[in-house]
Ligand binder design. Structure first.
Ligand SMILES: Cc1ncc(COP(=O)(O)O)c(C=O)c1O
Length: 363
């Protein structure tokens, strides 16, 4: 065997949610009958016009894509009210995190982030050769910003603030995030991951894009994978000052956002009514689902996103397995807590039915 870096060889690979085909085969189910609520994807297809736009560019597949994402970047910059030079695109925000981690990590460095938070932060730290400092959430399952500040030391090069936080769906008020950023030394990069930004309606929440435009050490991450329903195409973007992005880009391979992805993302833009429709639909469905879970007495975090985080206790693993045999997939997050994505009405009905049936079986 070639000598793989020892810290990479020691990694236990990330478990992407079980593939539909595997589950279908294992339990004799039709893949189209499986309800996948494990990855916080949009339950509806892409925005109107996306499929047609993508089909129209496929014939140009022999050419490399636009490395600068010029058209997408200018259209998105207009929509966000930022300059094109304030945007950096990647093959999903996970790829951007990896690249930013590469730029900021190295032997002797550490990255600070909440826990539980987005599982990939742990991998980003490992890949970057940095120590991952995982700061437990507070009693409300939200980021403990005071403890995160205390975890920062001279060797910290990056702090990741997931707001709203995955897997809990909780938010931190904007003034608390801003005060936190104020207290972080300027040589430390603050990454504010706003993957679920578009779902939030609580007035205490605000984006940190203005901070990212003002401060030399703040970058905001967004994605087209969630409310924009383009998870398959892998498009995410970073918003920051142009001078910071110039540095971070040095750790990115060229041509990472492919032609279909750029086209699909462009076709999604400029549809505020559709965006609002999906936001309010998600909110109504979440309200219903969270209400149903509360009626059943499960402890829960307060979600502002397209997923809910609740406690099943010691039986969590068994319940998840039983639900899987009925074709309903949810995600165990450790410690008896689970995360379920808000699906469409039928998916949510199937979820509650399978959950109830799993409890019936257990008795
Ligand atoms: C907090 C958070 N950040 C980033 C991502 C990754 O999104 P992308 O599909 O753009 O890589 C996710 C996806 O689940 C997420 O939950």
């Amino acid at each position: 065997m070639p000598r793989v870096r020892a810290d990479i060889a020691a990694i236990r690979p990330y478990q992407v949610g079980r593939q539909l085909a595997d589950v279908a085969r294992a339990h004799g189910l039709d893949p189209s009958d499986i309800v996948k609520l494990t990855a916080n994807e949009g339950p509806e297809g892409p925005f109107p016009g996306v499929v047609e736009a993508v089909m129209a560019v496929i014939a140009g597949s022999n050419r490399y894509p636009d490395n600068d994402c010029w058209d997408l970047g200018h259209e998105l910059a207009d929509e966000l009210g930022v300059d094109f030079s304030n945007l950096m695109f990647g093959a999903g925000s996970v790829a951007l995190l990896d690249e930013i981690g590469t730029a900021m990590g190295g032997a002797g460095t550490n990255f600070v982030y909440g826990w539980p938070s987005f599982v990939m932060y742990r991998f980003v730290a490992l890949w970057a050769g940095a120590e991952g400092r995982e700061v437990p959430l507070d009693g409300d399952h939200s980021l403990d910003l005071g403890a995160m500040r205390e975890a920062i030391d001279d060797d910290t090069t990056m702090v990741i603030v997931c707001n709203p936080n995955n897997p809990t769906g909780t938010i931190k008020p904007a003034d608390e995030i801003e005060a936190f950023i104020d207290g972080v030394p300027e040589h430390v990069l603050v990454v504010v991951d706003e993957a679920y930004h578009e779902f939030v309606t609580d007035p205490a929440y605000r984006t940190q894009v203005p901070m990212a435009l003002e401060r030399p050490n703040v970058v905001v991450l967004r994605t087209f994978s969630k409310i924009y329903a383009l998870a398959a195409h892998r498009v995410g973007y970073a918003i920051a000052r142009a001078d910071l992005l110039t540095e971070l880009r040095k750790a990115q391979a060229p041509l990472t956002v492919n032609l279909v992805a750029q086209t699909a993302a462009r076709a999604t833009l400029g549809q505020p009514e559709e965006l609002e429709r999906r936001r309010s639909l998600n909110e109504a469905r979440r309200h219903h689902l969270v209400g149903a879970l509360a009626e059943r007495g499960f402890p829960m975090a307060e979600s502002h996103t397209n997923f809910a985080y609740f406690e099943l206790g010691d039986a969590a693993g068994e319940i998840i397995e039983t639900m899987t045999t009925r074709g309903v997939l949810i995600r165990g997050m450790g410690g008896g807590w689970v995360r379920v994505t808000i699906g469409d009405d039928e998916e949510n009905r199937r979820f509650l039915e399978a959950l109830d049936a799993a409890f019936e079986n257990g008795r």
